[in-house]
Design a protein around this ligand. Structure first.
Ligand code: HAM
Length: 417
């Protein structure tokens, strides 16, 4: 049996990097006042169709959707924002505090063509803020991302920021886009021909070469903002600059999900070939209301965890797993029983101890102790046991001392802690 295409195991050897990121991220999120939220991986299909958008690639082509035994249409979540909004509305999370900040880490599912940096089950670290209209929260989120990447030692990333406008200015932009397209409309792919009527902004995100060519020189949303959106975006840019966050305004950035209004951004890398976005986010001031909640400004981002780890690997950022403190080497049945009890007790006290229950020879066990990089070995031999003694060996200096069994645990705790 093998994993399904696009699905993969994250093996123990790779885990220290993942844990390092998780630790740093949750520490930083908690500092900024975010609380962790955990939500199901399975939701009603309609939730994603309505929020991400019927004409997006995700909803049109990439969702794992099926009917369960009762005929309910369900989907493995392709992202977390829609589900967090659902939870926010369902539990009236706005009632306890007008400002709520959440973070989440977990698997997402999209049936894309697998390649480096692109999987069908992938992980995101997601952050969402509800109830803040001010542009400073947009900057704070981008600052937070930047700070996290800095702490993780990442280099060579660039922040692309754009404003997609709001329902006030979007129609004006759409008209300008359609005017621009004029007779170029014929050059667009079949999908985009459909999108012209339903959702012209999506055309700007099309990956088909002929569409890309037809769109060269197309109007940009930032050039068609209403004054409120323009002011908002000016504050975002100015406050990022003031904090020393490097970014550039990327007029071509539209993002692949429909719910965005105003600020949208991506953190990109050149390290992963075609898969350049390590994180993406934006404001979605209409979504909570569209899903049946009270009007609530909202904004968030998601980091592609798999991609982030791959960039760290490329930069040769390494994290050592926790080292062992003591390896107990039991020789004979009586020693095995003692080793088992001592190992339980020492681990309970926070001394990372391992023993070996296989009844192997001294030579074989010493070989394993070396392989496991144990700094100390406790040799429990029959002769020593008869004298109420064990031997503690320092593997680096090769120095050995005898310890009394009656005071063994406190003695070891003192020496090894
Ligand atoms: P997204 O841009 O679709 O945004 O995904 C965010 C990040 O997830 C991407 O930048 C990428 O690093 C990673 N990612 C996406 N698809 C894959 C894949 N197939 N394999 C590996 N990594 C992938 C969202 O999902 C929005 N929910 C972000 C957001 C939160 N906006 C507001 N709040």
């Amino acid at each position: 049996m093998q994993t399904i295409r696009g699905f993969r195991d994250i093996l123990p050897e790779q885990i220290p990097l993942w844990q390092r990121v998780e630790k740093e991220a949750s520490y930083l999120f908690e500092s900024f006042g975010y609380s962790e939220i955990r939500i199901p991986v399975l939701e009603k299909t309609a939730l994603f169709a309505r929020s991400i958008g019927e004409t997006t690639d995700i909803v049109e082509k990439e969702m794992y959707t099926f009917e369960d035994r009762k005929g309910d249409k369900l989907t493995l979540r392709p992202e977390a924002t829609a589900s967090i909004c659902r939870s926010y509305i369902q539990h009236k999370l706005y009632a306890t505090d007008p400002v709520r900040k959440f973070y989440l880490t977990g698997p997402m599912f999209r049936r894309e063509r697998p390649q480096k940096g692109r999987y069908r089950q992938f992980y995101q670290i997601d952050a969402e803020v509800f109830g803040v209209e001010s542009a400073y929260i947009d900057s704070e989120l981008i600052f937070l991302l930047n700070e996290l990447f800095k702490r993780l030692g990442l280099t060579g990333l660039s922040a692309h920021v754009n404003s997609l406008g709001c329902p006030e200015c979007r129609p004006g932009f759409q008209k300008a886009l359609l005017d621009f397209l004029g007779e170029r409309k014929e050059a667009l792919c079949e999908n985009c021909q459909r999108r012209i009527k339903k959702n012209p902004l999506r055309i700007l995100d099309c990956k088909v070469e002929t569409c890309k060519q037809a769109l060269e020189g197309a109007p940009a949303t930032v050039d068609h903002l209403c004054s409120a959106c323009d002011d908002h975006f000016a504050i975002v840019c100015a406050s990022l600059e003031k904090q020393g966050v490097k970014f550039h305004v990327d007029k071509t950035l539209v993002r692949g999900l429909d719910y965005y209004t105003r600020t949208a951004w991506e953190i990109q890398t050149t390290a992963l070939g075609a898969q350049s976005a390590v994180a993406g986010g934006g404001r979605y001031d209409r979504l909570v209301e569209e899903l049946g909640g009270p009007p609530t400004p909202a904004i968030g981002f998601a980091i592609g965890f798999d991609r982030l780890v791959e960039v760290m690997e490329q930069l040769e950022i390494q994290v050592q797993p926790r080292e062992m403190d003591l390896y107990i080497l039991p020789l004979g049945d009586a020693a095995l029983e003692k080793a088992y009890h001592w190992s339980c007790e020492l681990n309970r006290q926070g001394i990372r101890t391992e023993t070996d229950f296989r009844g192997k020879s001294m030579k074989a066990l010493m070989k394993r102790a070396n392989k496991l990089n144990a700094p100390f070995v406790l040799i429990v031999g029959e002769n020593e046991l008869a004298e109420n003694q064990v031997i503690l060996r320092n593997m680096e200096t090769k120095e050995q001392i005898s310890l009394d069994i009656d005071t063994l645990i406190p003695e070891l705790t003192k020496r090894l802690k």
